[in-house]
Design a protein around this ligand. Structure first.
Ligand SMILES: [Zn+2]
Ligand SMILES: [Zn+2]
Length: 240
């Protein structure tokens, strides 16, 4: 009987691909075509920043990219699940700007898988990259907070929403080039409650890592306020 009810519901409300809307006959969230267009960052990748390592010259025992061999950022690990490219763009932009919050389950599952190294190193809190309240009013939701909440149900790691605040309105980062992005987010964030983050191992959660300017600024602010370590976990990464 239950099987019949499920079939009936599937008939009335068929499962659709989150990306192209095509009816799919499985519990997967994407159709085969859309899934094949997603480029997962499966390795080899840099142990520190998580960037894919393509050249054989990069494959040293330690597996760090050239940039991290010269200089490591203040975060402990940075990991992303997929490349930000033509195959993943629509899924992510719909989630961020078009109220397609139902994409959260799939995206959080990918975050969970990509964060394996981070979670096994030990984590106390998930912190989503905050929006300035004026942007939150306009957009109605913070996509990073939705991802963090969903990831919390998979990991049992609590989310801290209120301690990291965005105190300055900034230009959307897409309107800035590399150098401008750093300047744009400088002093844009503040820790509102140091007690809650002191000595905590924190993972910053966001949808896309582009140049990392926002992540690096938030890492700096959290470490200055007494966090024990900061990791960065995003669904997608822009790789040039
Ligand atoms: Zn599709
Ligand atoms: Zn690296």
């Amino acid at each position: 009987m239950i099987k019949f009810i499920h079939r009936f519901i599937d008939f009335i409300f068929p499962q659709r691909c989150l990306c192209c809307g095509k009816v799919i006959h499985s519990d997967d969230s994407l159709c085969v075509d859309c899934f094949e267009r997603i480029n997962f960052i499966t390795g080899p990748f840099c142990k520190h920043c998580g960037s894919p390592l393509y050249s054989e010259n990069d494959l040293s025992d330690e597996l760090y990219c050239v940039s991290c061999l010269n200089h490591k950022d203040a975060f402990r690990f940075c990991r992303s699940a997929i490349l930000y490219d033509d195959g993943s763009k629509k899924l992510l932009l719909d989630f961020k700007f078009s109220d397609r919050t139902e994409n959260r389950k799939l995206l959080a599952k990918w975050l969970f898988l990509a964060g394996k190294d981070i979670f096994s190193a030990g984590v106390d809190l998930l912190i989503p990259i905050p929006l300035h309240y004026t942007r939150l009013l306009k957009r109605k939701y913070n996509q990073s907070a939705i991802l963090a909440k969903e990831l919390s149900t998979l990991t049992n790691i609590p989310v801290e929403y209120k301690s990291l605040k965005k105190i300055k309105r900034t230009l959307p980062q897409v309107l800035c080039n590399g150098k401008q992005r750093q300047k744009n987010v400088k002093n844009a964030f503040k820790v509102a409650n140091t007690e809650r983050i002191k000595n905590k191992r924190i993972v910053l959660i966001d949808d896309v890592y582009t140049t990392g300017a926002t992540m690096k600024e938030c890492t700096k602010v959290l470490l200055n306020a007494g966090a024990k370590s900061v990791d960065v976990l995003t669904v997608a990464k822009v790789v040039s």
